[in-house]
Design a protein around this ligand. Structure first.
Ligand SMILES: NC(=O)c1ccc[n+]([C@@H]2O[C@H](COP(=O)([O-])OP(=O)(O)OC[C@H]3O[C@@H](n4cnc5c(N)ncnc54)[C@H](OP(=O)(O)O)[C@@H]3O)[C@@H](O)[C@H]2O)c1
Length: 269
């Protein structure tokens, strides 16, 4: 595993396990399979309706809580100071933990400033090790900064070879906000891209491994999801090679600004 350092000094594993759309026993089994091969960073959200199953898998692994890096997210309906405080409690109860490693505002919404005040208090009380946002563009961050006392440590956004978000990435770097990539495999749509096939052959790796390594080489925390044990293991095996700068540039050049998910500027949940 490789790690990046957040702007408050917390170490974050560069690879985390995504759990969107994974529910019930499938979730318990997938998270257990991930822990078995070495993942210690798990990404969930209240709205995924699987925090309890993630918590169950963590407990049944027998591995101490302190060895895990657990992220969950405050849903859009839970905005405002009191609602965010309550949402944090509910997520902790679901997960069976008394602290979170990372708590994110899931999408930019009105009342985020008040929610952020709650997150700052929870952070200062030591109940959250790092606080951040998700799906924030530069203008959303600039709005938050008007009232925030503490800058977000993380912004989790959609990022893939077809959506490289270069201006936002440069802004986050300048601000010291760690970027995380959601849907890094474009929910399964990266596998037809010719350049990635060539690179997979060149490095004797799979397309998924090339894409995940490209993230890590670019300093991006990456969160692949799979319910298939063989793929869960494959996606973890990306720490025994690095991409040449020319090949990183070839993947960068695949950008077409194509999203697989919603655009934060044109979608209202
Ligand atoms: N903050 C947000 O708003 C937000 C939004 C979306 C996602 N996320 C986070 O990001 C995580 C990842 O995104 P995602 O779940 O949308 O999709 P993803 O990781 O881009 O892709 C998952 C898909 O790729 C397949 N796959 C995974 N590894 C593979 C491999 N090695 N070879 C071939 N196919 C493979 C999976 O199939 P199987 O599962 O069938 O193996 C699944 O269909 C989420 O789970 C969630 O934690 C956050």
């Amino acid at each position: 595993m490789e790690y990046f350092k957040l702007n408050n000094g917390i170490r974050i594993p560069a690879l985390g396990f995504g759990t969107w759309k994974v529910k019930g026993d499938d979730c318990v089994n997938a998270v257990k399979a991930a822990i078995e091969v070495g993942y210690r960073h798990i990404d969930t959200a209240w709205v995924y309706k699987n925090e309890k199953e993630v918590g169950q898998a963590l407990r049944e692994s027998g591995i101490p809580r302190s060895e895990f890096f657990i992220t969950t997210k405050c849903w859009n309906d839970h905005r405002g100071y009191e609602a965010t405080m309550k949402a944090f409690q509910v997520s902790c109860e679901n997960l069976g933990t008394d602290y979170l490693d990372l708590y994110l505002l899931h999408w930019p919404k009105p009342l985020d400033a008040e929610s952020w005040r709650a997150m700052e208090e929870l952070y200062e009380a030591g109940k959250i090790k790092a606080i951040g946002v998700s799906n924030y563009h530069q203008h959303h961050l600039e709005d938050l900064k008007k009232t925030a006392r503490i800058l977000p440590m993380v912004d989790q956004i959609e990022f893939s070879p077809r959506l490289t978000q270069e201006p936002l990435m440069a802004y986050l770097k300048e601000e010291g906000v760690q970027m995380e990539a959601w849907s890094p495999l474009m929910q399964g749509q990266v596998f037809d891209i010719e350049v990635l096939k060539e690179l997979a052959a060149k490095y004797n790796k799979s397309i998924a491994q090339i894409v995940l390594r490209w993230n890590v080489d670019k300093g991006v925390v990456v969160l692949p999801k799979s319910v298939t044990p063989k793929r869960i293991k494959e996606n973890f095996e990306v720490f025994d090679f690095k991409l040449d700068p020319n090949d990183i540039a070839r993947i960068d050049a695949l950008n077409q600004n194509i999203r697989t998910g919603a655009d934060p500027d044109n979608f209202d949940f």
